[in-house]
Design a protein around this ligand. Structure first.
Ligand code: MG
Ligand code: ZN
Length: 358
């Protein structure tokens, strides 16, 4: 009896471990059909680590089956911005600081989203910041500088993207050129919505969700805590109706802001918000074999470290800007084993495109 009691916690631990590490969606022999690309803007290892320390339960991201590291430098700067790193993560080409979807010579590049759409896959973009901000913009637009957000909004007409949801409505409706892109989107067949209440009943078709004039508020300033999860679930619902598969990029946009503000509460609340989407997409991969989920960041923000303070930790930021440290890549589901080791950020979309046969 004594022996059994001794081994019981060990056996339970093993069972829990196996349950977590061998989900049905993980079979690597199933060809990749769907790619879910999750980018936590500015989410370095210490950001996740801080959230883990403060969480009473394991984070969903701890279920990742494989972990790798990516180098984030761009062609002009050792420490990148979200435009150059977004372009690298979207197109597989390194470029200069501030560039959106163009190379070092400003020539137009092609993103994984554009290739997926051209090959008949359903495509989507979801963010908590403006949908015209650097990270999502790098997947759809081609401009010399990230500040050209009216041009970026107009780029949503160049690719037959199925669903995009985020902030940035002013760039579509209050434009210097006088165009009302929301009206034009409706004429193109999009269901244009401004609220989650209007988004909820939509079951099919194209969706443009312009949920805020600018960017949505931070969680600590009152953003609907279900916004990112519900927008992501709706997007998966719609995109998965395409038999050929889909590509979607979902951004936890505001982890970066917490780093810039050196505000640990903001970092942790935004990381938890993003982790809810990680859980939902890992669960989706379990239920839908052939789904690959890759979670990464574009760079680290804030130079966050966790030095000892007595028996606990203190959250110490070393800068109000970005840093050049490598950021982790977490992968799950079909083809997840391809994202281990140390690689350039550009390798991630290149490997995804190979797996999707693009
Ligand atoms: Mg971003
Ligand atoms: Zn930033």
């Amino acid at each position: 009896m004594k022996k059994i009691l001794f081994f019981l916690p060990l056996l339970l631990g093993m069972a829990a471990c196996q349950e977590g590490k061998q989900p049905q969606g993980a079979h690597s022999d199933v060809p990749v059909k769907n790619v879910i690309y999750l980018i936590g803007d500015g989410m370095g290892l210490a950001h996740l680590n801080a959230a883990m320390i403060e969480s009473e339960e394991p984070m969903a991201l701890e279920r990742a089956q494989y972990v790798g590291l990516q180098k984030t430098t761009c062609t002009t700067n050792k420490v990148t911005d979200s435009a150059a790193s977004g372009t690298a993560l979207a197109t597989g080409t390194k470029t200069y600081y501030g560039a959106i979807g163009v190379g070092p010579d400003t020539a137009r590049l092609t993103s994984i989203l554009e290739k997926a759409a051209a090959n008949g896959l359903a495509t989507g973009l979801v963010a908590t910041y403006r949908i015209t901000d650097a990270t999502p913009a790098a997947f759809i637009a081609h401009v010399k500088h990230r500040s050209e957000e009216e041009e970026i909004a107009a780029a949503f007409f160049e690719t037959p993207i199925d669903v995009f949801i985020g902030g940035g409505r002013a760039r579509f409706e209050q434009r210097e050129d006088g165009r009302n892109l929301s009206q034009e989107l409706k004429e193109k067949g999009y269901q244009v919505v401004y609220t989650m209440e209007d988004l909820a009943p939509i079951q099919s078709g194209k969706i443009a969700g312009l949920m805020h004039e600018g960017h949505l508020p931070r969680i600590i300033n009152g953003r609907d805590p279900d916004y990112l999860l519900d927008a992501s679930l709706k997007t998966l619902d719609i995109l998965s109706q395409n038999d050929k598969g889909f590509f979607v990029m979902i951004e936890g946009s505001q982890i970066d802001g917490g780093g810039h503000a050196n505000n640990i509460e903001e970092v942790i609340t935004e990381t938890y918000d993003f982790d809810k989407v990680v859980k939902a997409t890992f669960d989706f991969a379990d239920a839908n074999p052939g789904t690959l989920v890759v979670v990464t960041a574009d760079h680290e923000t804030g130079g966050l470290t966790l030095p000892a303070q007595g028996a606990g930790v203190r959250y110490h930021f070393s800068t109000g800007g970005h840093t050049g440290v490598m950021v982790p890549i977490y992968s799950y589901g079909a083809g997840a084993e391809n994202f281990t080791g140390i690689m350039e950020n550009t390798e991630i979309p290149i490997r995804m495109m190979e797996l999707l046969g693009l």
